[in-house]
Write a protein that binds this ligand. Sequence first.
Ligand code: AMP
Length: 144
Amino acid sequence: MLVQQILKSKGDGPVITIKASESIADAASILAERRIGGLIVSEDGKKVKGILSERDIVRSLALRGAVCLSETVSDLMTPNPVSCATSETADSALQKMTNGRFRHMPVIDEGVLVGIITIGDAVKARLEELAMEKDALQGMIMGH
Ligand code: AMP
C-alpha cells in the first residue's frame, strides 16, 4: 500500500499547521482541541519548517516548568523533520518512523506539504495488507 492510499483513507481534511512564532500555550490548545499529537510547523501551509509533538512540550514542562508555555514553537520544534512522499510504501514510512523513534511524519511532494501520517496509520495499512496476503495465500493452498 502506498502513502497516497493511506492519506486517501483518512479523508482529505487540511493538514493542521502552526507558525514558528506562535506560543507553546497556543500549540498545546490546538493539540488538545483537535485531539492530535503533533503539529507541522509552516508559515504558508506548504513549506515544512519543523514539527512540534506533544512530547516536546511534555519534556520541556518537566525540565523547566510552565515558563515554556510562553516560549515560541520555534524554541521547541524539531527542525527539518524526516518526511516521506505519497509514492512511498506504507512499509517504507513505517521503517522511517521506527528507525527515528517518532510517531509523526509530514508527507511532502515536490517540496509541498500534502499530508501527515502517524505510526498508527502506517501500522493499520500494513496489517490490512498482511491480512489480504494471508487470505490470498490461504485461497491458493485450499484451491479457491
Ligand atoms: P513523536 O513520537 O512523533 O511524538 O515525536 C518524538 C520526537 O521526535 C519529538 O521531539 C518530535 O519533535 C520529533 N519528531 C516527530 N516527528 C518527526 C519527524 N518526522 N522527523 C524528525 N523528528 C520528528
